[in-house]
Design a binder for this molecule. Structure first.
Ligand code: 6LW
Length: 531
């Protein structure tokens, strides 16, 4: 009997001790001793919702652009790591109806033509434009009767073309007219995450793969995928969903958060890659980001008949160790920090808020000046204020301008500004009781904070905004003297978490007459940006 008890005891203890903890893919860590091959984000700054396509050995990528004009920047790369902006898909005011607010784009190449499909959420809905050359010009829009956002264009092998949007309703369309050739039918329910969106369809190994984003574009963002033998479904979910996310333990504390909104591409060497966006926080807990959602790159393993696996465990890092295509760096001209306004046109990095009122902007490249005439509007009001700026693309950063501005009445002001979704922090020049002053103005909704006024001497003035990460520093100089700090501000108050919506920060030049057109022009000699 004792022998039986002993055997039972041995059996039970063996069962207990041999039980393994469930392997949890979300706690797997990457080996950080491997050689770094590239850095994420591959396109730093507010370049969200990437869509990508490939023509031979050339890669083209587009991003959403919201209220900024020209809209939908187009990038080119030879290696998926180094990207150079070559144009915009929305570069003529007559391509858009009414107010512009462009959400996620998809770019595809078919039979010698590039297609970019997207949504103007404030007017007109879903449309596509086409081009022979992705640098432009792009065509007039072809409007499509599909509800919701994030349209994807899928060219099937059988010459049929389909559109699917964030409601996961699919329709066959006539690619020349945009007319629907079938009913709109819901083909998938997503896996149950909040804000299902960003669908893309791919055909591989006899399956239609339907990839999407879920969880919302904040910390819970993720990429999920399902597949079917028939484009109309039924779609079976990948049991290993989500295939990319930082919402779980393995993504906790990662300097890149909110990864999602992906597109997949097979490179010319047959390797598979995912472009997706994520954001870098400038604070500890909870995250606040100011650079917007930035384009990142991850290797994908996708053997025949299986599901795609993203960078091993569905996470990405700042320092990536995956073997890349042979790298072809971008020419230095794209990263020139100094704008002297001596070119007949502003570079591709410059944008307006909404299509500009042309008469308020004068580029005199012979003199090397950019003159702004303040309109009645200020930033944050509906419409197109006198503003022109560029994205912040890194931290720390420093931006400096030289400006001549002699305001004629107390409503006029001009200067350098940081803008995000209508909220802005400015260093501005204005006049009061016949004297000229400078102040830092922090505007958040209806609340405006004005720093102490610094009286200025006659002549031009240099204005500077620096960003350390958690803080912005505003300073000025006159007569080539040292820069003096006027004010500091907490960067969280311009973060996307605070101001809302989906954009990242711009730094720009602006002028306003606050309620009526300004009479005095603001003349900018140069603009310097470094990060
Ligand atoms: C976009 C949606 C998303 O249309 O955010 O992160 C929305 N993903 O797919 C705005 O960019």
């Amino acid at each position: 009997m004792r022998y039986v008890y002993l055997m039972l005891f041995l059996y039970i203890s063996q069962q207990l001790f041999s039980q393994q903890v469930n392997p949890n893919p979300w706690v797997m860590a990457h080996d950080t001793t491997e050689e770094i091959t590239y850095h994420n984000p591959v396109i730093p700054g507010f370049y969200p919702d990437p869509g990508v396509c490939c023509v031979g050995n050339d890669y083209y990528l587009v991003n959403s652009s919201f209220e900024y004009f020209p809209g939908v920047p187009v990038f080119h790369s030879k290696d998926l790591v180094n990207w150079e902006q070559i144009g915009h898909c929305i570069h003529r005011e007559d391509q858009i109806k009414g107010e512009i607010n462009i959400f996620a784009p998809t770019i595809r190449y078919h039979d010698g033509t590039f297609y970019m499909i997207t949504t103007n959420v404030t007017h007109g809905g879903n449309f596509f434009v086409t081009a022979e050359n992705p640098a432009g010009p792009w065509s007039d829009p072809v409007w499509i009767d599909m509800p919701e956002i994030d349209p994807d264009l899928f060219f099937d092998d059988n010459e049929k073309t389909y559109v699917i949007t964030s409601r996961f309703e699919l329709a066959e369309i006539d690619i020349t007219t945009g007319r629907l050739l079938s009913e709109r039918r819901k083909i998938w329910n997503s896996t149950g995450g909040r804000y299902p969106e960003a669908p893309h369809i791919y055909r591989k190994d006899g399956f239609y793969y339907l990839m999407a984003a879920e969880g919302g574009t904040e910390e819970a963002h993720m990429v999920t995928i399902a597949r079917s033998h028939n484009i109309w479904g039924p779609y079976i979910d990948n049991p290993a969903n989500p295939i990319a996310t930082h919402v779980n333990y393995a993504g906790m504390g990662n300097p890149i958060q909110g990864i999602g909104h992906a597109d997949i591409i097979q490179a010319h060497d047959k390797t598979w890659w995912m472009v997706l966006h994520g954001y870098r926080s400038v604070t500890g807990y909870p995250p606040h980001h100011i650079l917007g959602r930035e384009t990142c790159l991850a290797p994908v393993s996708w053997p025949k008949g299986t599901w795609p696996v993203v960078n091993g465990n569905g996470t990405i890092s700042l320092n990536m160790t995956a073997p890349t295509l042979p790298q072809v760096p971008v020419p230095v001209k794209q990263r020139k920090p100094f704008t002297d306004f001596e070119n007949p046109q502003l570079g591709l990095e410059w944008n307006y808020i909404q299509p500009p009122v042309d008469e308020n902007f004068h580029l005199n490249h012979k003199e090397g000046t950019l003159t702004l005439n303040g309109s009645a509007l200020t930033i944050g009001e509906k419409g197109n204020p006198t503003f022109v700026g560029r994205r912040l693309t890194g931290i720390p950063f420093e931006a400096t301008i030289r400006m001549k501005f002699d305001p004629q009445s107390e409503n006029e002001e001009a200067g350098l500004t940081l803008v995000n979704n209508g909220s802005h922090f400015d260093i501005v020049v204005y006049t009061k009781n016949g004297k000229r002053f400078l102040s830092v103005k922090l505007q958040f909704g209806q609340t405006i904070y004005l720093s102490e006024a610094v009286e200025l001497t006659p002549g031009h003035i240099d204005l500077r905004i620096e960003g350390t990460g958690p803080e912005f520093i505003f300073s000025y100089a006159q007569n080539n003297e040292e820069f003096e700090i006027v004010e500091k501000a907490d960067a969280r108050f311009l973060s996307t978490e605070t101001v809302g919506w989906f954009t990242g920060l711009y730094i720009g030049l602006y002028a306003t007459g606050k309620g009526k057109p300004a009479k005095a022009p603001a003349v900018f000699d140069w603009f310097e940006y470094r990060d």
